[in-house]
Write a protein that binds this ligand. Structure first.
Ligand code: SF4
Length: 493
């Protein structure tokens, strides 16, 4: 043995030391799990997202294989696949099956296809994350050739489900290309026979009878923005005439009358002003007859960065807002009115169900490219909506190519997408691989690149990581300690 190896041998135990730590008389073996101290107990989670809080004493006994088989904690650990009894190896098969089910979403490959048909917009929101352009700058519009070529790509996906979402800017400023794309996609789908769906993400200002009739005929879903009551919405989302709030509320009703009550949804973005009005914002959603709200903090892209909106509050202030909002949402549910906070509902589904949620922002590997892909107005292809937002700020790190000059294979296999995805496997990246929140979390390479210039990022400094951990702890605390509110949360799943 060389001196260097001898030197190492002095610092480390021999390999044999690690081969078997099992007691020969042990009745059970451990299955893989992570743990984290939360208050006085330890949160244990396994590969498929089952979790349990146990005491430090029980954790110590568990890992030393001295846990009493007649104890309640032993039964719970066994039924949730933290241990299996010697001789019943079928437990491993069952766990593998659950793991395969959890990852089944990747068999489908890309299902969400975002068409950025125009960067122009009639609003001038200071928190705009897509760096919109003025209404007359029509060089920022997608043309028919680019739309057609994008459709070629869309139908190359093996996914049975194809959703095409039109975004902007304000996509209705380029209505002709939306109409053209829908008609062409339907033509192709006559032979493809996929489950095809369309969404337009619009501020609703330009919705006309003709557009509504088309949406009705072609089953197009509408998604809009509603930030709260007039004094919040109009400050967050200014437009000439300062009447954005009135327009959006009137148009929501008009869309519902024509397309049906469930054919429109709304998203809110949390500005600094929003933080002081949680109840009024939720009242606005109730008044507009929505059944829930997605409490979304600002993202570090576009005008949100240029106008320094992103610096105006930190996660601690957002979490206070989230807690105040949740308190009110619980009161509403306790009064017999069903109303959901959508981000919490997503996390709860990840915590409680053995199925994938399909939510691209909490996936491992990240949903970039493999769950969602973006076709920009100029033919550039991006791995996610956030990637194209970053590109509009001049950073093309996550650009995968251009549909007018690259093939499908070049874009998916030679663009660097695979390297990006490799860096987003929480099972292997530093900190995440041993984190107890891993089954409920995912990866956001663009967020970490935008904030830390590194797609993996140091999770101790990551707002994404803090958000997942803090909100998961908040929800798990209720699930464990508040039976009445647990029932409400379970009804959201
Ligand atoms: S981002 Fe944070 S919470 Fe999520 S898995 Fe990684 S370390 Fe855990």
């Amino acid at each position: 043995m060389s001196e260097a190896v001898n030197g190492l041998a002095k610092k480390f135990n021999s390999p044999q030391h690690y081969y078997s730590t099992e007691r020969q008389d042990a009745r059970y073996k451990l299955l893989p799990f992570n743990f984290e101290r939360v208050g006085d107990s330890y949160l244990l989670t396994n590969e498929v997202g089952e979790y349990l809080f146990i005491s430090g004493e029980d954790l110590h006994s568990l890992v030393h294989e001295t846990l009493d088989p007649k104890s309640d904690v032993y039964s719970s650990l066994k039924s949730r696949h933290f241990l299996y009894e010697v001789g019943s190896e079928s437990a491993i098969e069952l766990l593998s099956l659950k793991l395969r089910t959890k990852h089944a979403v990747f068999r489908q490959f890309t299902s969400l296809h975002i068409f950025v048909v125009s960067l122009r917009c009639d609003y001038s929101c200071p928190y705009c994350q897509v760096s919109r352009q003025t209404e007359d700058a029509d060089r920022y519009d997608m043309d028919e050739e680019t739309a057609l070529r994008s459709l070629d790509f869309v139908f190359r996906t093996p996914s049975e489900h194809i959703k095409i979402e039109f975004q902007g800017g304000e996509p209705l400023l380029n209505w002709e290309v939306i109409e053209f794309t829908v008609l062409e996609a339907e033509k192709i789908n006559k032979t493809e026979k996929r489950d095809l769906a369309f969404v337009i993400a619009t501020n609703l200002t330009l919705i006309s009878d003709e557009i509504l009739e088309f949406c009705y005929q072609h089953d197009v879903f509408i998604s809009t923005s509603l930030d709260g009551p007039a004094h919040v919405h109009n400050r967050n989302r200014p437009r000439p005439g300062k009447d954005g709030h009135q327009i959006v509320r009137d148009q929501i009703e008009r869309v519902r009358e024509k397309l049906g009550p469930d054919r429109i949804s709304a998203l809110m973005t949390t500005s600094e002003l929003s933080l002081s009005h949680p109840r009024e914002i939720i009242d606005e959603y109730l008044d507009a007859d929505f059944k829930g709200i997605f409490l979304r903090p600002l993202s570090p892209y576009g005008f949100a960065v240029k106008t320094h909106q992103i610096e105006k509050y930190d996660f601690e202030r957002f979490f206070e807002f989230y807690q105040d909002s949740m308190e009110y949402i619980f009161e509403i549910n306790e009064a017999g009115i069903p109303f959901v906070e959508e981000f919490s509902a997503l996390l709860l589904r990840k915590i409680s169900l053995p199925y994938p949620t399909g939510y691209v922002d909490l996936q491992s590997p990240a949903g970039a490219g493999v769950s969602a892909i973006v076709f920009n107005y100029d033919g550039d292809v991006y791995a996610s909506d956030e990637s194209r937002m970053l590109a509009e700020m001049g950073d093309h790190k996550f650009r995968l190519g251009n549909i007018l000059s690259n093939t499908y294979e070049e874009i998916f296999l030679e663009s660097g997408l695979l390297e990006i995805l490799e860096e987003t496997l929480t099972d292997s990246v530093p900190e995440c691989y041993q984190c107890a929140y891993k089954p409920f979390c995912g990866s956001e390479p663009v967020y970490h690149y935008a904030t830390q210039r590194d797609p993996v990022g140091n999770k101790a400094l990551s707002g994404f990581c803090t958000k997942t951990k803090t909100i998961t702890n908040y929800l798990l605390d209720i699930m464990e300690n508040d039976p009445a509110r647990r029932q409400i949360l379970q009804s959201w799943i």
